[in-house]
Design a protein around this ligand. Structure first.
Ligand code: FEO
Length: 174
């Protein structure tokens, strides 16, 4: 496997692992605040980030590279509010999107069209994850300090009835 491509894919393995840890910390925070629907949503999201990591590792190894297992630093565990959680989640996803786009650039520069094809799945996934994070954040802002609204929001997240708007493609159900 092209060494430059292998390096950026292994860097992405680390970013997906960090995402999983970050969302796990958010899930635990929400659970301790009694926001069980939000916690369930975030635990599931954390699991999905781990699957994103594994998909990359398997691809690197199958293509003759060597997937590196990253060491992880402890994630932030305290959050100011529910809005703060989803604001940070959105900002984190925007960074991940930048990183995926940078991989696309490297694939084109190195003429690695197989990896370019593989990484398109992540390009689509980022579009959906960003849209969903924005939708959730908009709902939290609408709710403001309304306790009944917060209760319903948490219940909706538990039942996964909050999905991406139709214009942004199929709902990922993160
Ligand atoms: Fe795997 Fe949410 O980026």
């Amino acid at each position: 496997m092209n060494k430059r491509v292998e390096k950026v894919l292994n860097d992405q393995v680390e970013k997906e692992a960090l995402s999983s840890q970050f969302y796990l910390a958010m899930a635990s925070w929400a659970e301790n605040k009694g926001l069980n629907g939000t916690a369930k949503f975030l635990y599931t999201h954390s699991d999905e980030e781990r699957l994103h990591m594994l998909k990359l590792m398997k691809f690197v190894n199958e293509r003759g590279g060597s997937a590196a297992v990253p060491g992880l630093k402890k994630p932030q565990e305290e959050f100011d509010s529910l809005e703060n959680v989803f604001q940070l989640l959105l900002e984190h996803e925007l960074l991940v999107t930048e990183s995926i786009n940078a991989i696309v650039d490297v694939c084109l520069q190195e003429k690695d069209y197989t990896t370019h094809n593989f990484i398109q799945w992540y390009v689509s996934e980022q579009l959906e994850e960003e849209a969903l994070a924005r939708t959730i954040l908009d709902k939290i802002k609408l709710i403001g300090g309304d306790k009944a609204g917060l209760y319903m929001f948490d219940r909706d997240l538990e039942n996964s009835t909050i999905q991406t708007p139709p214009s942004s493609g199929n709902a990922p159900g993160i």
